[in-house]
Design a protein around this ligand. Structure first.
Ligand code: PGA
Length: 257
């Protein structure tokens, strides 16, 4: 299975800054057989960056989509509108769930819409700090995982990526907490077990599990070396070119690409 290194730029960088960053990254990176490097710029930058990028080296992701194909949905864009620009779309990021009040139903529909349009959804799941404090982590994660996949057929399942991002460990929201690799390992076991019980061993083994939440070059190895970790979703550190580049280098060394 490939290792996915994804930079989620969130609402940062102008189109010009995004283009400059991509240019630097394209100059630096080679083609890696087993490492998929993906950046998720703002929606405004997707069109120019799609013309600029070399998809063999760096692929693009949208940070969000709406699940309808077209129509009176002010401020939204559809899979049909973005599918020629990107290969991936992030769905259900905790900022979408908690700041923009996306429901499990919205997320399920978005995952299905992405697949219908030929995009790979990166389904984000994660417990909040209070859910963790009250011992609800396992239930929340199972609900978000199976809820997000509820409309996915068995044939489509291997095209989904799952990213575990504990909300309390995501940078930029006032807390400096980080998840310990041991805790992340436990969650990966839970997720793989849940997938196995629901879809059987073969299909469940085909779904990449990523970690995200305050990942930096300093701690990337500790997560990447976990047995079941198939990649990283990186927010804040991906905004710093040297950090993102170092994480890719570390991944190359660990995965021997
Ligand atoms: P962070 O964000 O790396 O800044 O914690 C990760 C994410 O929200 O995807």
């Amino acid at each position: 299975m490939k290792t996915y290194i994804i930079g989620n730029w969130k609402m940062n960088f102008t189109v010009g800054e995004s283009s400059l960053y991509l240019h630097k990254l394209l100059t630096k990176l080679h083609f890696y057989r087993d490492i998929e490097v993906i950046v998720a710029p703002s929606a405004l930058a997707l069109q120019p960056l799609s013309l600029q990028t070399n998809r063999r080296k760096i692929k693009l992701a949208a940070q969000n989509i709406f699940y309808r194909d077209y129509g009176p949905y002010t401020g939204e864009f559809s899979v049909a509108q973005v599918r020629s620009l990107v290969d991936y779309v992030i769905v259900g990021h905790s900022e979408r769930r908690h700041i923009f009040h996306e429901s499990d139903k919205d997320i399920k529909l978005k995952v299905a819409a992405a697949l219908r349009g030929g995009l790979t959804p990166i389904l984000c799941i994660g417990e909040t700090e209070s859910e963790r404090t009250f011992g609800e982590t396992a239930d929340v994660l199972k609900d978000q995982l199976l809820g997000g996949l509820a409309d996915v057929s068995r044939e489509e399942l291997s095209k989904v990526i799952v990213a575990y991002e504990p909300v309390w460990a995501i940078s930029g929201h006032g807390s400096s907490a980080v998840a310990s690799p041991l805790d992340v390992a436990d969650v990966f076991v839970l997720l793989r077990k849940t997938l196995k019980e629901t879809y059987g061993p073969k299909l469940s083994a085909e779904i990449p599990l990523l970690f995200g939440g305050s990942v930096k070059s300093l701690n990337a190895e500790s997560y990447l070396s976990l047995a079941d970790c198939n990649g990283l979703l990186i927010g804040g550190a991906s905004l710093i070119f040297s950090e993102f580049n170092d994480i890719i280098e570390i991944t190359k060394q660990i995965k021997n690409d």
